[in-house]
Write a protein that binds this ligand. Structure first.
Ligand SMILES: Cc1ncc(COP(=O)(O)O)c(C=O)c1O
Length: 430
């Protein structure tokens, strides 16, 4: 296996290829194959960009037809039939059935682009500069997104002071005894507090990179009430937790809240093609034409696969209430069993944005490395990489899922020295 060109020519900034040192040449569903023909089960799913698996055949058929038809690939934000179909489908299948009245903006095609657009819009609408975000948040690597991100290593990489934002405690950050939002309520009500009223508060319902902390639904409702009361915009960054990952299309649905602004990217194209959306209430649509711009906002192949994915998986409840529920149950069942058997271990996250936290912070990294040796791809999460993170595709075959969960149990057992009898339920057979 020749990896010389990567080592000699690609920048030192490369990272995943260091954890998984092989050359992947093929991918289908939840199986990747390397140049040696070795197979790996994918519990990573492109960090949430491949919720429907690699090279999903139904989406690919539509993509190939589109590409061979001489229809537009690149179009800036010009009108095309592919964009019309996507907007209509998104409205019909996602927004209207959920009673959501959002305008749809296409920022640049990545997660950090939609976060930058959301922050910019919140400042423009309110005329305020300050943004509040949460401890252990991750919102992306460009300067605005970094300013609302927690991780000190990533923040340092900015090489400059990150301003106009402050961090406040996420759910369960304090002792659990302190009433939710006590500090925030006090300072917002106290004209002498010296804390500038923020334009917005940006939140992840589950902190994907920051250790898989999941906010309780009542905490999210409290945050929504408080922001409404004080005329502060609420931005939900659903870049990682959205598109079905926590069990519903938007991760905030179960909490019953309606954010003012929503950031989506990763799996919105359905096929791993770059695409992002910023959604906001119509009264916030104060942009001047072209005021926020970008060359790659109208990527028609991504519109085509996004439309196909919405029609295939979200047109009715059958996928959400059927296969997705089974996958979530199997994963949560396995994690709970492992956590019961291995001391110092707890289950984190929600739905398929989930994992295990180990009190010994060296363990998760060792499990991830061992899993690679045994043919399973899983990354770590958390400020000290103390959490092993499971993000299988939502449509993963249940037999493949069971194989992956058994490999996980073996790895946990080998690294911690604790025997685990992982008896999965009958879900795979059901
Ligand atoms: C919640 C959240 N927001 C934003 C981003 C940034 O997305 P991107 O890497 O596409 O810029 C990520 C990436 O992991 C994320 O998890």
């Amino acid at each position: 296996m020749d990896t010389t060109i990567f080592e000699t020519t690609e920048s030192e900034v490369r990272s995943y290829c260091r954890s998984w040192p092989t050359v992947f040449s093929q991918a289908s569903g939840s199986i990747l194959t390397d140049e040696q023909g070795r197979e790996y089960i994918d519990f990573f799913a492109g960090a949430g960009a491949l919720n429907y698996g690699h090279n999903n055949p139904e989406l690919r058929t539509e993509l190939l037809e589109y590409l061979s038809s001489d229809a537009l690939v690149h179009s800036m934000d010009k009108m095309t039939p592919a964009k019309r179909e996507f907007l209509q489908t998104f409205k019909d299948i996602i927004l209207e059935p959920r009673g959501l009245d959002y305008k749809v903006m296409f920022p640049g095609p990545t997660g950090t682009n939609t976060v930058e657009a959301a922050l910019k819009l919140a400042r423009k609408v309110t005329g305020r500069q300050h943004i509040l975000s949460f401890t252990n948040a991750f919102h992306g690597m460009t300067l605005g997104s970094l300013s609302v991100t927690g991780n000190s290593m990533k923040r340092k990489g900015a090489g400059m002071t990150l301003t106009n934002s402050s961090k406040i405690p996420y759910d369960d950050y304090l002792d659990g005894e302190t009433p939710d939002f006590l500090w925030l309520k006090r300072v917002l009500e106290d004209s002498g507090s010296g804390v500038d009223k923020p334009a917005a508060i940006i939140v992840e319902t589950v902190q994907g990179e920051g250790g898989l902390n999941a906010a309780r639904h009542e905490w999210l409702r409290g945050l929504r009430e408080l922001t409404k009361e004080h005329d502060i915009l609420l931005i939900v960054d659903d870049v990682q937790a959205g598109c079905g990952r926590t069990g519903s299309f938007f991760s905030f649905e179960e909490a019953g809240i309606t954010p003012d602004i929503v950031c989506l990217s990763k799996s919105i194209s359905g096929y791993g093609l770059p695409m992002a959306l910023t959604l906001f209430s119509p009264e916030l649509d104060v942009w001047a034409p072209g005021e926020h711009n970008g060359t790659f906002r109208g990527h028609n192949p991504a519109f085509v696969t996004a439309t196909a994915a919405l029609r295939r998986y979200w047109a009715d409840d059958s996928f959400q209430n059927g296969h997705l529920v089974k996958v979530i149950e199997m994963v949560q069942d396995a994690l709970t069993k492992i956590a019961i058997e291995v001391e110092g271990t707890s289950v984190k996250g929600r739905g398929l944005l989930t994992g295990l936290r180990f009190s010994d912070t060296d363990v998760a990294g060792k499990i991830s490395a061992k899993a690679f040796e045994k043919g399973l791809l899983m990354e770590t999460s958390g400020p000290e990489d103390e959490v092993i993170k499971l993000m299988p595709a939502l449509n993963i075959d249940l037999v493949v899922l069971e194989r992956g969960l058994n490999i996980l149990a073996d790895c946990v057992s080998e690294v911690t020295g604790q025997e685990i009898t992982l008896v999965l339920g009958d879900t795979a057979k059901a």
